[in-house]
Design a binder for this molecule. Structure first.
Ligand code: ZN
Length: 253
């Protein structure tokens, strides 16, 4: 089975609805490659290692959560960015990137997938609402200690979790937003949640946790954002019949 690039593009745009989002990067096709695709590699970040994995597999396309051309980055194509883009162009590989659309999708999104992985039925959003709502929260069927939450998340994500405790309160209502979303801790506290999970931690997150009275768990930016690309790979393979492989380039961050 193979699919034309423009057909796959239309399918992805309909599925992930990037026009609904105000984002820090262009969502959709970022680098154009071959016109026909029968093999796709999916991953968290369009790093050189992921591109090399796609070349090795003779894939004609890559889909990632973290692509290129972020608002804050230099616009010139030199150094690491030149090497990555050169590899894509020389090997005729298409690159699609979906940032917020792949965080927020109701089933395939990083946040929905993290909830599924942890076995938590989400009930509302941390920020915004509907298809662009960012971050989710759930009421646990029964209160858990922070130590029990830590070991559950560690076991499911296969990595260490850093926990900041405001006190020894048990956790009943818990929110989460994958990746670099530690800044939403104050919104999570304002919602009256007992705990909030994200990927990264900043110096200021510790003080927000202590002073706003909310447990904080940093579970890894990469580790919390594997779910979206993984779920999208399974979805595209079953819906479009093309070969899709999620390639995990491990990252301690
Ligand atoms: Zn991210």
């Amino acid at each position: 089975m193979s699919i034309a690039r423009h057909e796959l593009h239309t399918y992805l745009q309909n599925l992930l609805q990037p026009h609904l989002f105000k984002d820090y990067c262009p969502n959709g096709l970022q680098v154009e490659g071959a016109q026909h695709i029968d093999k796709l590699v999916l991953g968290v970040t369009a790093s050189q290692a992921l591109i090399d994995a796609a070349i090795e597999r003779q894939a004609q396309g890559i889909i990632v959560h973290h692509g290129y051309f972020w608002k804050s980055e230099p616009e010139v194509i030199v150094g690491m960015k030149q090497r990555r883009i050169k590899s894509l162009l020389l090997n005729d590989i298409n690159l699609w990137a979906y940032h917020l659309p792949l965080d927020c999708h109701g089933q395939l999104g990083n946040n929905a997938q993290l909830g599924d992985l942890l076995g938590w039925q989400w009930q509302g959003f941390i920020e915004g609402d509907g298809p662009t709502g960012l971050g989710l929260w759930a009421e646990l069927p029964k209160a858990m200690s922070a130590a029990a939450i830590t070991s559950h998340v560690q076991q499911k994500l296969g990595r260490q979790v850093l926990h900041v405790a405001p006190d020894d309160r048990p956790i009943k209502r818990i929110g989460w937003c994958t990746g670099g979303a530690q800044g939403y801790i104050d919104k999570a506290a304002a919602l009256g949640l007992d705990a909030y999970i994200s990927g990264e931690i900043s110096e200021s997150t510790v003080h927000s946790a202590r002073e706003n009275g909310i447990h904080y768990f940093a579970a890894g930016h990469h580790a919390t954002e594997r779910g979206g690309a993984q779920a999208l790979a399974l979805h595209l393979q079953s819906e479009l019949g093309i070969h899709c492989e999620f390639v995990d380039i491990d990252s301690p961050a």
